[in-house]
Design a protein around this ligand. Structure first.
Ligand SMILES: Nc1ncnc2c1ncn2[C@@H]1O[C@H](COP(=O)(O)OP(=O)(O)OP(=O)(O)O)[C@@H](O)[C@H]1O
Length: 220
């Protein structure tokens, strides 16, 4: 199962009313893999955050399937995100004091007891597929590539219909980047998820169905 995206008249502004992002129209088919590229500061992370309902001062419509997430309350957006979107943050956002498995299964904190066992099993299976060493008590000593793979596993653990990934292969050597790209795309393509991915990695972008370019807060 996956969801299509339709964005209309999206505008994200700063507290001082400066426009960070203006997107008149954007459509992404359900199950499509879309790459977003553009120079540093173009607004790529802002767009990805907006698509997840994570930005303030945002107007327009962002419709995932039948749900316009901008019409939801903050709590409603949070519920939608938890059930539907896996987000890979540019800075991973791992909890240093937790193990790889605990980080990858963080959604357990909010899951009813009956759902915990399958979530834990899935997180463990993803980490093993991605080749993340399982014997670390915490992620503190782990490498950038290992952390990035844990962040991707976490995004996939709840089997979300949508994956939003912000530079998932940044700062990795070519081989590690390619492996992570394979892992991410394999999981997404197998399950027909919708993927929107921000990247400067041309090899990864070349594997997307469509590539969009963002400059000065606008899609070209
Ligand atoms: N909350 C905010 N208030 C003011 N300016 C912001 C805010 N968030 C982002 N910006 C600015 O908006 C612009 C776009 O930022 P964004 O992080 O979306 O760019 P990006 O294309 O992802 O860049 P990079 O490739 O370097 O990660 C930048 O100039 C940034 O400084």
């Amino acid at each position: 199962m996956s969801l299509a995206l339709e964005v209309t008249d999206l505008s994200v502004r700063t507290a001082r009313h400066k426009a960070l992002l203006e997107v008149g129209n954007l459509k992404i088919d359900a199950g499509a893999a879309v790459g977003i590229r553009g120079p540093s500061g173009a607004g790529k992370s802002t767009l990805l955050s907006a698509l997840a309902g994570l930005t303030d001062r945002t107007s327009g419509t962002i419709r995932w399937g039948d749900t316009d997430i901008l019409s939801l309350s903050r709590a409603g957006r949070s519920d939608f995100r938890a059930s539907t979107i896996g987000f890979v943050f540019q800075d991973h956002r791992l909890f240093e004091e937790l193990s790889p498995l605990q980080n990858a299964s963080l959604s357990l904190m909010y899951a009813p007891k009956s759902e915990r066992r399958p979530v834990l099993a899935r997180a463990g299976a993803l980490l093993s597929t991605f080749g993340v060493p399982s014997d670390h008590a915490t992620v503190a000593p782990m490498s950038g590539g290992e952390r990035q793979r844990i962040a991707v596993a976490r995004a996939l653990t709840q089997d979300p219909q949508i994956i939003l990934a912000d530079e998932p292969t940044a700062n990795l050597d070519r081989v590690t980047a390619q492996t992570l790209g394979n892992d991410l795309l394999g999981s997404v393509r197998n399950a027909g998820k919708t993927l929107v991915l921000v990247s400067h990695d041309d090899a990864l972008l070349a594997r997307m169905d469509t590539i969009l370019t963002l400059e000065h807060g606008r899609l070209l």
